[in-house]
Design a protein. Sequence first.
Lengths: 347, 347
Amino acid sequence: MVDFVSVSNILNLVRDIGPEPFLKGLAGAMEDSYRRWQSFEKVARIGSHTRDGVIELMPTSDGQTYGFKCVNCHPVNTASGLQTVVAFGVLSDVATGYPVLVSEMTVLTALRTAAMSAMAARHLARPDSTTMAIIGSGAQCEFQALAFRAVLGINRLRLYDIDARATEKARANLVPLGFEVTTAPSAEAAVAGADIVTTVTADKQFATILSDNMIGAGVHLNAVGGDCPGKTELAPPLLHRANIFVEYPEQTRVEGEIQQLAPDHPVTELWQVITGAAAGRRGPQDVTLFDSVGFAVEDFTALTYLHDLARGTGYAEDIELLPDPADPRDLFGLLGKARPDRNPRAA
Amino acid sequence: MVDFVSVSNILNLVRDIGPEPFLKGLAGAMEDSYRRWQSFEKVARIGSHTRDGVIELMPTSDGQTYGFKCVNCHPVNTASGLQTVVAFGVLSDVATGYPVLVSEMTVLTALRTAAMSAMAARHLARPDSTTMAIIGSGAQCEFQALAFRAVLGINRLRLYDIDARATEKARANLVPLGFEVTTAPSAEAAVAGADIVTTVTADKQFATILSDNMIGAGVHLNAVGGDCPGKTELAPPLLHRANIFVEYPEQTRVEGEIQQLAPDHPVTELWQVITGAAAGRRGPQDVTLFDSVGFAVEDFTALTYLHDLARGTGYAEDIELLPDPADPRDLFGLLGKARPDRNPRAA
């Protein structure tokens, strides 16, 4: 049988462990994967694009386990009460090719994106950071806040969204969790005094959420919302000032903020910072940028982390996705096995 | 909710409809898809290869519906009582990106491969064909037999496998279904007098199942087993004699029998025969070859055919693969909604 983790079960699991311990553990798993970056098979995601959105497959393998995520991005969906992004994922055993896990990944993607942001910030932000601005109060906002508190101890938040109702939703979710929350009337006001600035907006077009004059020395930028061709959040002059870190350059140059820069603009691969092969922050005045687009290795890591927690527990259900004929060459025999009286051609 | 069709439910559905009516309907659906071939997005499959096998993703879309299959091929599996090939598939709504169906596809792939072979043969084999030889008595054998009877009325079978127990398994399955079955001591003996020769062997290496002198004029060859680089079944001189038809040349030249030929060796795309844009069989003496490797459009067609039959019936179960927050921007709110007492940070 194959394990299935439903939406209810991942929510129950995260609630039972606690969102912050879950995120902290997941950030640790991300760091482990980035430390063994070279062991993963890496291909750019495979997208099917239409006018209104895209459906993508994101596969990878570490030679022992194969995994992929299927995810869409349809900004038009919110107008009809649907989510912009939904996702599910699969793990398979490389030795046999048999799938072992099917899981919801809408919630898990939100968790992995936040854990990944926080893990990168732990290596790139000033160690004395206490305050984070979050521009964009959509589905990802609260997960970022929790991950940054779990991993870096950030408890002071400054929120802004072009839709004040979205900001109010986020504030109402975050204040009861003990965060000090300031809502700001503009992006400029929100970033004032912030050590870390996270951008998580959802417009599918070139937008300037942050301009150069808004960001002072020493800030760490966590750019999460710009993640497909034509979708960016940061002004080019700001990019030229920043020390830029990416997941997988081949993908980020197409999908990330750096699609606005020359194809040979220098960037550092995050895995090299984590293994010590490359420097991270150059000093307290450095403006660091994690140009996050989301990579298959992160989904793989989230799925294996989840499976380790859920396997053999009530959080994982069995689904009958695979036949198990007594003789593997006798697949046809399964058709006759049960209800033989219903086979119209049985002798 | 998303529909899920389990192994038991597809077996029940096929038994209840009857395997031959199911296959005949599926062959008709295949023909419809090939007639509108140009409306499909076509990419080569995306494989993750290891020494012992491969795991592949096969996506396509017709602009309304997106689908993919995840399938492995591990010939080593049979030694440990597992199947060489298992598969599952997904359909999504292109307008929203939301998945609508998750289905087992191990059984469904066996059915779609057989239906596809029979559909192609209906366009390529001599209309007076009555006898089919099947070389290879593994998991696909009986499905081929049923599909050819359902679509072409072929009732006389000549079976051969290097493992006599496999042939006996197939014979024992097929005789009670009313087929006239002859088991042969060699491939040469099996093909003698056959109008159609189907090869469905599973060796992952260059093999010569059929040599040139074994095949007389007028025969239709249905080459199913050669379907990945290095895996072929037919001798090159036989290929040079044959009028060759393929699904998608870009993929077949890498994976099919024609990987043994020059990259510009003339082949005809099957969809052109079906739309009337190209000729099929040139006369009763022509040796026709359907060099089948399996293409994503066929899996898409099988999934949509299945979903049309299963949707809204007991054959489809609901699985909770997608969250449905009241406010699509409030994904985080789901975490607090149920079991609020368990949230360790709730105020």
